[in-house]
Design a protein around this ligand. Structure first.
Ligand code: SF4
Length: 453
């Protein structure tokens, strides 16, 4: 069967926020760029518009990328698309973690990163030989220019008009193995690096002024690859960037010279996984955090000294957490100089050590699909309790989390954090820092509010 076009779909999550999407479909942009240029390709983002599924037919190949939280929506869309006669390939993190669960309802599944298998899937469909399962077993070498963005894809996505914050990837992987994290299975333990000249070329091609790095743990490269980081920062410093943000861990504070270079490279703030303020949880934190709040304060101060902001990421519901942990977290965060803060509930994602342990102990809460067909993952959004906690009941953990979020995201508390950020900067940057702190808090408050939708 000759292929008519390829459609790549990002299922709905947030809708538009003041006219634009919150999550750019960056992975889909790269996969779309692997489609041969003689085949039309379109990216459909359900956050931006109603999907014209009625226009699809048997000669169209549809790919849906979904993380665990969005897999229910992906399944619903798949059923509608299949009624049009178009086959649907499911890729993304969820199918990579639990392929057997998705395979029965998809026409094909793409397990793994897909840079090798996606072109093969297109070829197979074009010759009428689509297989059921494609497994990309090797981690793509990011130094080999995989999936360079095509101009036709960028024109179509029109990212500056349609999205608040463009995404960019510079490194991938994380050698840590936090028991609750999927990164090892999805991105691999080896840290992979894109060539600096390729990163610069992509920023210039996309005319980026701001971006958020999707890298699992960019900051770990301060220790693992300091020479690479220096080269990268020196190159970014020459670009007319307004600012960018990335995920990191506390040890970046121990590299003052690199922090200076990072600031010169227009780095605005780190999102740092402090994870827990309860030292009893340290075994589950993969060695990067110990629940020691005095150290957290030192880290925040040390990074601020270089003009870089700190967003604190915290997870609740570890086995040793009690209501006292929540109260202590509230007090620490209020007194801290954090620019913004995120609060999530521990979520036992498939494929994690944590889920295996909870399953073995019979502590995963049942989550059947409403139609009785398989499982529903809609509550795996880090805002719902999905397992039996160690030291609280499900209701107590839910109540404590609600209480904490209402405390942290009260408009007065968000304003206090914004004003502190304002105070720390020269007048030329103060207003931007206030807006940046406040808008990040608003984003995390919206995440919390998903509980009530
Ligand atoms: S350090 Fe971060 S990215 Fe790495 S395994 Fe732990 S939570 Fe995941």
């Amino acid at each position: 069967m000759a292929i008519r076009k390829v459609i790549l779909i990002q299922p709905r999550r947030d809708g538009r926020f003041f006219g634009r999407g919150l999550s750019e479909p960056y992975t889909l942009m790269r996969l779309a760029s692997l489609v041969p240029s003689d085949i039309p390709v379109e990216i459909w983002d359900e956050d931006l518009r109603e999907l014209p599924i009625h226009t699809l037919g048997p000669q169209d190949l549809v790919g849906i990328s979904a993380k665990t939280l969005l897999i229910d929506r992906a399944k619903l869309l798949t059923k509608r698309i299949q009624r049009q006669g178009a086959p649907v390939v499911i890729g993304g993190t969820h199918v990579t973690l639990v392929p057997d669960e998705v395979e029965p309802w998809a026409d094909a599944i793409a397990v793994g990163e897909g840079y090798r298998t996606w072109p093969q899937i297109i070829r197979d469909f074009d010759r009428g030989a689509l297989q059921k399962r494609y497994v990309d077993e090797e981690w793509a070498p990011l130094d080999a220019r995989v999936a360079t963005l095509q101009d036709r894809v960028l024109r179509q996505v029109d990212e500056h008009r349609n999205y608040w914050t463009p995404y960019l990837e510079i490194t991938r992987g994380c050698p840590r193995n936090c028991t609750f994290c999927t990164a090892v299975r999805v991105s691999g333990r080896k840290m992979r690096l894109r060539p600096v000249d390729e990163v610069v070329a992509e920023i210039e091609q996309r005319r980026l002024k701001r971006f958020f790095l999707t890298d699992d743990n960019f900051g770990l490269n301060f220790r693992l690859h300091p020479a690479y980081m220096e080269e990268l920062f020196r190159a970014l410093a020459k670009l007319p960037l307004h600012g960018w943000t990335c995920q990191a861990e506390q040890m970046v504070a121990d590299f003052p010279d690199l922090l200076d270079l990072a600031r010169e490279a227009h780095l605005d703030k780190f999102f740092i996984g402090f994870e827990s303020i309860n030292p009893a949880n340290r075994k589950e934190l993969g060695g990067k955090a110990r629940g020691e709040v005095a150290r957290y304060d030192e880290v925040i101060r040390a990074i601020h000294k270089h003009g870089i902001g700190v967003v604190g990421l915290f997870v609740y519901g570890f086995d040793h957490d009690t209501f006292e942990t929540f109260r202590a977290a509230r007090d620490f965060i209020r007194a801290s100089e954090l620019d913004s803060v995120s609060a999530t509930i521990l979520t036992p994602y498939p494929g994690t050590v944590q889920r295996q342990e909870l399953e073995a102990a019979g502590r995963i809460l049942p989550h059947p699909a409403a139609d009785g067909d398989g499982l529903s993952w809609a509550r795996y959004d880090t805002n719902h309790v999905t397992f039996v906690p160690g030291s609280m009941t499900v209701e107590e953990l839910t109540e404590a989390y609600d209480w904490l979020c209402k405390e942290l995201f009260h408009p007065r508390q968000m304003a206090v954090r914004g004003l502190r950020a304002w105070r720390r900067h020269p007048i030329s940057r103060a207003a931007t820092r206030f807006v940046s702190s406040f808008s990040t808090d608003i984003g995390y408050r919206r995440e919390f509010e998903h509980r009530y939708r």
